[in-house]
Design a protein around this ligand. Sequence first.
Ligand SMILES: [Zn+2]
Ligand SMILES: [Zn+2]
Length: 57
Amino acid sequence: MPKPPPPGQCIQCWQHSYDRRIHRRLRRGEDCKPCLDHLHTGCPPEGKVPKKESFWW
Ligand SMILES: [Zn+2]
Ligand SMILES: [Zn+2]
């Protein structure tokens, strides 16, 4: 990751939009399952960066 995601941001969505290698592994026309998952069901709260009071890094 070039920079860590800000608080409240979904870590997976952040990684997938910034680390192009993740999607480059997919075949042409193939959908990214984790991205589709978040697109349809929304980003899970536990997958997001916690707000300021509970930093874990
Ligand atoms: Zn993706
Ligand atoms: Zn997400």
